[in-house]
Design a protein around this ligand. Structure first.
Ligand code: SAM
Length: 370
């Protein structure tokens, strides 16, 4: 996976006058590439949701469109059209002599379930945020924002995405960032996940540490309902998922450990949430904030390979969802510089920022309350 590089500033294209014919021709070619990239991304998301990539990886041999459709349990005509996109998009190999298709293992490694990074999960971001396209176009004229209910698949997508970046790495890479945490969780402490969504990280911790108590708050009841079902199915009694608008949240010195996973920048009032988290920790407690690891300075994001994707997610969802609550509209790319200064303003003076190898998109701030 490409790395996020946000510490250096890359010069943007200089602003020039006149009309450069070559530049114009190159640009039109680039736009065609962009169209095709967007189209293939949409179809990668479809390939994930329909299980087509997994079926082709299981096959692990050349097959006709009928063969692929049968293994996937899908309609051949749709599968054939999808395969045509995949062949011309250079995702799937094709033998014209036998009309057989094959997903090469080198590509399957990035597009199928059961791999450490399934990029087909992330491809779903584009169709998910596009669900509110009409509302967003209107907000460009009127200002204001969106409601979470305008993105019907958002919580399911988010749970799947954070399932591979956060939940899968929780015990080996993320929790060990906090000094002494695993031992304290084993002995029994009180934990809050603020903006927990479906709450899979919390549910996983609750299963691993039965002597600790876990609370999750989120604005969206439908996300929590999914999580409650999962906790119930696992017979967990030490996790509580409760709908709550975290604006103005504070429960003084209740919690030993508080987490937010990608859940500060789209809040209505991120600064007050951070102050509330500081107030709600017991002295010596820790706050672990995972958030997008971009830069607050636009030009530093020029060499960040994910920047256009993240600014799009912001405009179409995160910024808009915060503005829709009458909030700050901080945006997905609020950046690590602003994040650190807001953590300090909230009262934290012991802050360490980490980057993790498995997760080039995010930054992890470990903050101790003195
Ligand atoms: C990007 S999602 C992250 C969800 C989850 N932490 C995860 O990693 O899968 C951000 C979450 O913040 C929640 N949120 C936004 N504004 C909120 C508010 N004012 N109060 C409580 N939760 C809020 C949203 O409902 C959403 O579930």
């Amino acid at each position: 996976m490409p790395d996020m590089q946000t510490s250096a500033t890359v010069a943007p294209s200089p602003i020039k006058g006149g009309f450069d014919e070559d530049r114009s021709a190159r640009f039109s070619e680039r736009v065609v590439d962009l169209f095709n990239g967007a189209a293939v991304t949409l179809m990668i998301a479809i390939g994930h949701r329909t299980g087509l990539f997994d079926a082709m990886a299981r096959l692990n041999a050349p097959a006709t469109s009928l063969g692929v459709a049968e293994v996937a349990g899908l309609d051949e005509r749709y599968v054939r059209e999808w395969l045509a996109t995949m062949v011309t998009g250079r995702i799937v190999d094709y033998d014209p002599a036998t009309a057989r298709y094959r997903l090469p293992p080198e590509h399957a490694a990035w597009l199928t379930r059961g791999n450490p990074v399934n990029m087909a999960v992330t491809a779903q971001l584009i169709p998910t945020v596009s669900m509110a396209q009409d509302a967003i176009v209107e907000r460009f004229r009127t200002g204001g924002g969106t409601r979470y209910s305008e993105y019907p698949c958002f919580h399911a997508y988010m749970a799947e995405d954070s399932g591979q970046t956060i939940v899968a790495a929780l015990f080996d890479h993320i929790l060990p960032l906090v000094p002494g945490l695993t031992e304290r969780l084993e002995r029994g402490i009180t934990v809050l996940d603020a903006g927990c969504g479906v709450g899979r990280a919390l549910i996983r911790m609750a299963g691993r540490f039965p002597d600790s108590r876990f609370v999750g708050h989120d604005l969206c009841e439908d996300a929590l309902e999914m999580g409650r079902g999962e906790a119930l199915a696992q017979g967990l009694t030490n996790v509580r998922l409760e709908a709550r608008d975290l604006t103005g949240f504070a429960e003084p010195e209740i919690y030993d450990f508080i987490t937010t996973f990608d859940a500060v920048h789209d809040q209505k009032d991120p600064a007050s949430l951070l102050r509330g988290i500081h107030a709600s920790l017991k002295p010596g407690g820790y706050y672990l904030m995972q958030d997008i690891g971009g830069s607050s300075v636009l030009e530093r994001n020029l060499q960040n390979p994910f920047a256009p994707l993240l600014y799009t997610a912001s405009c179409m969802h995160c910024m808009a969802a915060s503005l829709g609550q009458g909030g700050a509209g901080l945006g997905t790319m609020w950046g690590v510089e602003l994040a650190e200064s807001m953590l300090r303003e909230a009262g934290f003076d012991d802050i360490v920022m980490h980057r993790l190898e498995h997760d080039p998109l995010n930054a992890y701030f470990v903050c101790r309350k003195g």
